[in-house]
Design a protein around this ligand. Structure first.
Ligand code: KIV
Length: 272
């Protein structure tokens, strides 16, 4: 399978910044394992996120909170082995950076040393400033994440759109500026009004990557299992499904069961 990008050079944080400068949209998708990461990279993806959504789609948890640092490192290592071109970002899991900045740095260093990923992502603004600054001081690129931050679901109480109210929108704008000032290379904006995402994206030099944040962000991210139609129950308005792999997988599995039961598989050519 060939790479569907003319430019086969490794994507770097600097190249994402250049893409924003020239108005080229950034495509980002999650991945959690070697085989899928290889296909996604070969398709020409700019950024692959080893999201803590692995907690939902890989482990079947109802939130992202239970996934551990060891588990994220396992997913990160598997993905990095399959990727040549895309920038690989690994999510820092809940509880590994909010406590204190030394613990945050130790967690980020483990991710970088053990996975060989290119960057880490963490959720939040001014509350975790010290942790982000310490991680950046160690030379680790940081992607921010504002708006709906799923690790705070127990505080929010709902996955509804964030920052509709002026006070929350103002705090988000301040946090976005702060994250740029302290040195984050990009910013995920999740489930906020498109007009707010536009204002933030236009006010920043660093690229914004939206999920449920409308058409004006500098790039888009989706969870691979959602956009490929492997997960079916999750169907928010912002999700566009590009395949119905659930149907394909169930059909193929049923065909296999039928062939085994009917003794059609394996046939003479499929044996030694
Ligand atoms: O964990 C994840 O998949 C994410 C994206 C939804 C941005 O953080």
């Amino acid at each position: 399978m060939s790479v569907h990008q003319e430019d086969t050079r490794k994507v770097t944080t600097h190249r994402l910044w250049e893409m924003k400068q020239r108005g080229e949209k950034i495509a980002m998708l999650t991945s959690y394992d070697f085989s899928m990461a290889k296909l996604i990279d070969q398709s020409g993806m700019d950024v692959i996120l080893v999201g803590d959504s692995a907690s939902n789609v890989m482990a079947g948890n109802s939130t992202t909170l239970p996934i551990t640092l060891d588990q994220m490192i396992y997913h990160g290592k598997s993905v990095v082995r399959g990727v040549n071109r895309a920038l690989v970002v690994v999510d820092m899991p809940f509880g590994t950076y909010q406590g204190n900045s030394k613990e945050a740095l130790a967690s980020a260093i483990r991710i970088m040393k053990e996975t060989h990923a290119d960057a880490i992502k963490l959720e939040g603004g001014s509350e975790i400033r010290e942790s982000i600054e310490r991680i950046l001081c160690a030379g680790i690129p940081v992607m921010g994440h504002l708006g709906l931050t799923p690790q705070s679901i127990n505080k929010f109480g709902t996955y509804a759109v964030r920052a509709r109210e002026e006070a929350e929108a103002a705090k988000l704008k301040e946090d976005a500026k702060l994250l740029q000032e302290i040195g984050c290379f990009a910013l995920v904006l999740e489930k906020i009004p498109a007009t707010l995402a536009k204002e933030v994206s236009e006010s920043l030099k660093i690229p914004t990557i939206g999920i449920g944040a409308g058409q004006y962000t500098d790039g888009q991210v989706l969870v691979a299992h959602d956009m490929l139609g492997i997960t079916q129950a999750f169907s928010p308005r912002f999700l566009r499904r590009y395949a119905n792999l659930q149907e394909t997988i169930v059909q193929a599995t049923q065909d296999y069961i039928k062939d085994v039961k009917s003794r059609d598989f394996p046939n003479e050519k499929e044996q030694y």
